[in-house]
Design a protein around this ligand. Structure first.
Ligand SMILES: [Zn+2]
Length: 297
């Protein structure tokens, strides 16, 4: 059988393998656990240099995961034991499997993947990182099922995504980003830390309507009246803001989750379906959140 040459070709191939395999075994399709399939799959397809070893290692948060060959041309995947979320580990394993299938011939080097590389989803180093994330998302959250599961998401809160994080055994961040990549809603995920914005990701329709963040040059505080600023003690996890909180011209529906990982706050911002007239006053533009981190597209 001809081998795929791209990361999405590989994702489709492995996805089919898992779906058909589960059907044969009479087991549920989800969650797809990479630790269960990586060794068997690579031993069958690449008997000359398979993945033979998957192990937790204490990287002290420096790396999320790694893909490393030994002298016998076998490969090992290591994941950080510095955190306990099994969803995060599953995603990391899928990411490393993506490197193995799509990139191991290209670099000739071991892969060591930091949280920044993996989770900012925009770093320039990161064409391969972005591809490995794309592979992981496609494998773990196949589009046919994901579409079905999110069909009724009109104005979702972060809580709406909780069942999906369990269904697919991934982190909440990974599920929300996957939704943002395909939704027709104008929406954005903002990740902040101690009241300051760390990174953000907006949906394509939001970006096209002129709401996006400029490249990060300075440290930016989350808005004063946002939920992100208050922390969990306030016990409010969703709110409809008027214009002037997250955005000068538009009301924004914000939901928050605190500390998915250490001291991180996630805010999901849902904007009105249609944006205001995009350039009412060219002189005044750009005015929207213009000091945030932009995702380079
Ligand atoms: Zn990587």
């Amino acid at each position: 059988m001809k081998m795929p040459t791209t990361w999405n070709g590989w994702a489709t191939r492995v996805s089919l393998y898992v779906r058909e395999g589960k059907k044969l075994l009479g087991e549920p399709r989800f969650p797809i656990k990479i630790a269960e399939i990586a060794r068997d799959y690579t031993r069958n397809v690449f008997p000359g240099d398979p993945i033979t070893h998957i192990e937790g290692k204490n990287f002290n948060g420096k790396f999320e995961g790694a893909l490393v060959p030994n002298e016998a041309r076998e490969w090992a995947i290591f994941y950080d034991t510095g955190h306990t979320s099994k969803g995060r580990i599953n995603f990391t394993l899928a990411h490393e499997l993506g490197h193995y299938l799509a990139h191991r011939h290209l670099s000739g080097e071991p892969f060591y993947c930091s949280r920044r590389d993996m989770w900012e989803w925009d770093s320039a180093y990161a064409r391969m990182e972005a591809e490995a994330n794309g592979f992981a998302s496609l494998i773990l959250m196949p589009p046919d099922d994901f579409r079905e599961q999110t069909r009724d998401f009109r104005s979702p809160t972060l809580a709406s995504f909780e069942p999906l994080r369990n269904r697919y055994e991934v982190s909440l961040t990974a599920v929300v980003l996957n939704w943002l990549k395909t939704t027709s809603r104008r929406a954005m995920l903002v990740v902040s830390n101690s009241g300051f914005i760390d990174w953000s990701w907006g949906s394509e329709p939001l970006f096209k309507s002129g709401v996006f963040f400029r490249a990060k040059q300075v440290t930016i505080a989350v808005p004063d009246r946002s939920l992100a600023v208050f922390g969990p003690s306030q016990n409010v996890f969703e709110i409809q803001h008027p214009a002037g909180v997250w955005n000068e011209r538009e009301p924004v529906f914000e939901s928050v989750v605190f500390s998915e990982y250490h001291d991180m706050t996630l805010s999901l911002l849902i904007f009105p379906s249609t944006g205001p007239d995009r350039w009412p006053d060219r002189e005044a533009e750009p005015e929207l959140l213009d000091t945030f981190d932009a995702f380079r597209r």
